[in-house]
Design a protein around this ligand. Structure first.
Ligand code: SF4
Length: 301
């Protein structure tokens, strides 16, 4: 991952999309400092979190949570649901023993209800739930400490399509209620179209285009974004669209091509694309793209 820069506002969902291996999950983990950046800076609100240690890091972990892709392996199978959701509250010493126990249970039940589960889930084990319900448990656990930011890494890709929309709608409702910021990592454009406000397209470790969802879907400007859009299925069998086909495999991110990383697969590549990396340039308000073809475009405002 190289030179990636973006911001997410409270109540906003920024989606990171791209093929597997493009670095989108690495970015998500780095924001949470589950991976350490080699350079660059990460801020949450007014706090720079890049070099936090101990207490500061503990606070960051409280404010920035993750929802994982696999609701099967991200929940401890030996713990009851009540314990799973209560664990973060206990780790942060928010509830002790005795009188606090009843208050803690009330808080856990409230969290379960927020994600559409009933009180009788408390004594059950994760294996007794469906995939969608387990992802709801994962979300309840992530919400326990009132975070400001949630990094969701492919949170619905392991679920049946019929259940995906329910979980996405739940995430959207919770966002509205709590003003949550989401960094939403996905390879699925239908999912991104449903939940995203802005979309950043990544290719081999770099953001190649970033704009509002509406602009990315209606006016993709980077050839790679154009190809991703063209490859996405459309629900209408009568609909026709121009298809830009890109060929070849994604090159190794360890040793990416020189210049524009996309030049080995780009149908429009010209000589300078092989030597000169295009800079991200704003071509319209809030719409940035890194492609030499777009260098001559006047900025629209
Ligand atoms: Fe294609 Fe060149 Fe644009 Fe890269 S800079 S996307 S190779 S036209």
């Amino acid at each position: 991952v190289d030179g990636v820069s973006f911001e997410i506002r409270a109540g906003e969902t920024l989606c990171l999309v791209g093929e597997s291996g493009c670095g989108k999950s690495t970015v998500g983990k780095t924001v949470l400092r589950l991976l350490e950046p080699t350079s660059g800076r990460i801020w949450l609100g007014d706090t720079e979190v890049t070099h936090l240690h101990d207490e500061g890091m503990r606070e960051h972990r409280r404010e920035a949570q993750m929802v994982f892709q696999d609701p099967y392996s991200s929940l401890n199978p030996r713990m009851r649901v009540g314990q799973i959701v209560a664990e973060p509250l206990e780790n942060y010493g928010l509830f002790g023993a005795g009188r606090d126990a009843a208050e803690k249970e009330r808080r856990v039940v409230a969290l379960l209800e927020k994600v559409g589960l009933r009180r009788d889930a408390l004594e059950r084990y994760p294996f007794e739930f469906s995939g969608g319900q387990r992802q709801r448990l994962g979300i309840a656990r992530a919400l326990a400490l009132n975070p400001r930011l949630i990094v969701a890494d492919e949170p619905v890709s392991a679920l049946d399509v019929s259940v995906q929309a329910q979980v996405l709608n739940l995430l959207m409702d919770l966002q509205e209620e709590f003003g949550l910021a989401y960094l939403f990592v996905s390879h699925d454009l239908a999912v991104v179209e449903h939940i995203g406000h802005r979309i950043a397209v990544m290719y081999l470790g770099r953001i190649v285009e970033l704009a509002s969802k509406e602009r990315i879907f209606s006016r993709p400007l980077h050839p790679y974004t154009e190809a991703l859009m063209a490859a996405a299925p459309i629900a209408d069998p009568k609909a026709r669209r121009e298809r830009l086909v890109i060929e070849g495999d994604v090159p190794s991110p360890i040793n990416p091509p020189s210049g524009c990383h996309f030049h080995t697969r780009c149908p429009y590549a010209e000589a300078r694309c092989r030597t000169e990396a295009p800079a991200l340039r704003e071509v319209a308000s809030g719409h940035v793209v890194a492609c030499h073809l777009r260098d001559a475009m006047q900025t629209e405002h």
